[in-house]
Design a protein around this ligand. Structure first.
Ligand code: KIV
Length: 270
């Protein structure tokens, strides 16, 4: 059970403290004010304005068409619904291609109400992460299956399966945290590797298809509610609405399952 009191809003330092104390972090995506209110009141710790909105809200086949203006629009709506959850907003495709572009996009997102920005990848993004965090912009890194790289990957596939890829992912995780990332999303990573990364870095890890040993979990709202988005439903998705009976009940069931370690189980992990 979270010791962050209902009245006390989450802060970036409180996330690191939660990891140190072994408290799991509960995260979901949201794109509008009404869902943001329900998620916040039902005890979600972090809300993500994901560029997944390109696929589940706008009806595209990938996240690539999403713009900074799109994320700003949804961030404003969601921010007005939150009292307690920390709001993370995605830097969409190529808005982080250079450090200066990422800074301008991050300013727009923070001025819209975000408290942290998320960006995909390591490599040349290390300089971007360093540049933003030196300018007091909290950064969440995202490794493993990074959907903005779908064309290079040739599809949405589990990452880090062979030893060389696993070693690279572990090195990248250490590097993004050394560069200043305060949070690390691991998407579609084998359970054992995600556990190894979680043990190796000081920043909390948030898994999505990365097994139960991460410091927290995130799901895309529409997947978690069992909605048909027109896209293939990955193995790690669980329909919590069926279990919870209402949106609020679903969030509470998900939050409890994340916090007691029962989600994700082996059936929802790689
Ligand atoms: O865009 C998104 O919703 C995300 C999550 C899948 C982590 O990046």
């Amino acid at each position: 059970m979270s010791t962050q009191t209902d009245s006390k809003p989450w802060t970036v330092p409180a996330l690191a403290q939660a990891k140190q104390e072994g408290r799991k972090l509960v995260m979901l995506t949201a794109y509008d004010n009404s869902f943001a209110r329900v998620l916040d009141r039902a005890g979600v710790d972090l809300v993500l304005i994901g560029d997944s909105l390109g696929m589940v809200v706008q009806g595209h086949d990938s996240t690539l068409p999403v713009t900074v203006d799109d994320i700003v629009y949804h961030t404003r709506a969601v921010a007005r619904g939150l009292q307690r959850a920390l709001l993370v907003a995605d830097l969409p495709f190529q808005s982080d291609a250079t450090a200066e572009r990422a800074l301008q996009a991050s300013i727009a997102l923070l001025q819209a109400g975000a408290e942290m920005v998320k960006l995909e990848g390591a490599g040349h993004k290390l300089e971007v992460i360093r540049y933003l965090s030196e300018r007091d912009i909290p950064v969440c890194a995202h490794l493993g299956l990074t959907p903005q790289s779908v064309l290079k990957f040739g599809g949405y596939k589990v990452q880090g399966r062979d030893q060389a890829a696993a070693d690279k992912l572990l090195a990248d995780a250490r590097a993004v945290v050394d560069a200043g990332a305060s949070l690390l999303v691991l998407e579609c990573v084998p359970t054992q590797l995600a556990g190894q990364i979680t043990a190796a870095v000081a920043a909390p890890t948030i898994g999505i298809g990365a097994g139960p040993d991460c410091d927290g979990q995130v799901l895309v709202l529409h997947d978690f509610l069992g909605l048909d988005t027109g896209h293939r439903r990955p193995k790690f998705v669980k329909d919590f609405l069926a279990e919870g009976g209402s949106v609020s009940g679903a969030v509470q069931a998900y939050a409890q399952a994340v916090r007691d370690g029962s989600f994700p189980d082996a059936a929802h992990s790689y």
